[in-house]
Write a protein that binds this ligand. Sequence first.
Ligand code: ACM
Ligand code: ZN
Length: 569
Amino acid sequence: MRHHLLSILALTLAVACSTEQQPQPFSVIPMPNDVTLSEGSFNLAGQDFYADAALDQASHKAIADFWNQLYTVSGKKSVLGTEDLGQKVRFLPNPNLGAEEYALNVNDKGLTVEASAFGGFFYAIQTLKQMLPAEIYGTRKANAAWVLPYVSILDAPRFDYRGIHLDPCRHFWSIEETKRYIDIAATYKLNRLHWHLTEDQGWRMEVKKYPKLTEVGAWRSGTCIGKDFDSNDGIRYGGYYTQDQMREIVAYAAERNITVVPEIDLPGHMVAALAAYPELGCTGGPYEVWTRWGVSEDVLCVGKEETFTFLEDVLTELMDIFPSEYIHIGGDECPKVRWENCPLCQARIKELGLKAHGNISAEQELQCYVTARIQKFLNGHGRKIIGWDEILEGDLAEGATVMSWRGTQGGIEAARRGFDVVMTPNSHLYIDYYQSQERDKEPLQIGGLVTVPKVYSYEPYEGMAPGTEDHILGVQANLWTEYVTSPEFLEYMLLPRLCALSEVQWCNADRKDYTRFDASLDHTFKMLDVMGYTYAKHVRGIIGLPGHEQPARSEEELQKYLEENPIGW
Ligand code: ACM
Ligand code: ZN
């Protein structure tokens, strides 16, 4: 550690004292999987670019954006062309590389980037931007050295599915804030946004066939105050996305190699929909869009055919907006008490001949029936389902993908049973949890403790039965927003845990190195400053939102604080 700090210090001094031609220390996150640095550097400012005419539209646009950005910050004009005039900056097709793979070489001939598809070019550009001074992310001319070190990089991700989740239901995030969220996820090479569009506390998706979902279901009469669920601040709260806005997000994300995976959470977490259409519940209501947090006993009545018509209609409009192969159907936290007491749900159980077995109730099998029926519908339209790990309880049809959230056990079991898995264990990847034990210095949050090193330490294959690892499609962190009340707070929760997540998703296990990662965060923090993101500074001993920042306690003071203030969950 000491040795490492000294060498960083030496490098920093070397940069500070040298001419402006020195590249900055290599601090790319996620660390590319194969990097060889060598002596020498190449100045990118004012260099003409060549982008092979054979590249696709999206790649040409990404290259043009980078070229433009370089002009903005360097003030040096250059030409971008598709005719080979021996330019020193070259973007070339290489069909031998994977869809998200790229080769990047900087040497005495200049810079060459090769990829087979848009993803590879986009990620090469993200790497290049992080190799340059942080001002590359700025909007005006900056006095910096636009110099790349000589380097040879061959890079591809460890996992295909690299996700981040966003809950716009408990608190609502504007289209602009959602785009900022996508921007920063793309910077760290994530490729999925799991957009949780429906909840008890608000329905956020415009559905043309069911206008009351947003007229009624998108608005709650108020919000409970802190953790007093029976209180209500009396402030009407809500919002929704029009179909055009959701299409805009899909297109915006696609330009950054991100697929939006939408979620309609069913058959539980449906109170907002029930408030709009009470006939879809077992009791008929009336229901109100929830003003408190937690799990409601009111869920969809699946004894009624109208419920399935409703779901299919909603999913039909959803599929028209979201091209994602995967559609998330939720499935978590669905209490069965209404179904146990509903004549129609009981009649459905009887008609289907569902029986309790082992620790699985007949009502649980009824949820399996719902999952299977929706899966069949979506499969019929060429889509696949993802569901929270509750969908493993009872029968699950082939082809479903399981999102393991209650720790890793669901994912391990799913893979053993032959299902594909996305790992999002709350133990390591619930970034709505606290980032420090010093809760007196933090804004109120849901609970738990997930620090940057904790996220970083996550190894997705741990505990897997040998031979089942290939079922892990990838990894995602989840950001629920019950207590997250502002865009600054949202970014404080996201960053820099997102950076740690990106190395879990991208880096081969032997490339991970927390000390190197931590040192690279200095550059990331400069980037975030230039881009105007709020970020947490726990890794630098500072706790709290901007305006409330305080130094962390010493280890000794912390022990004393914890003795005096024992932390529950
Ligand atoms: C969840 O956190 N209820 C999936
Ligand atoms: Zn019912």
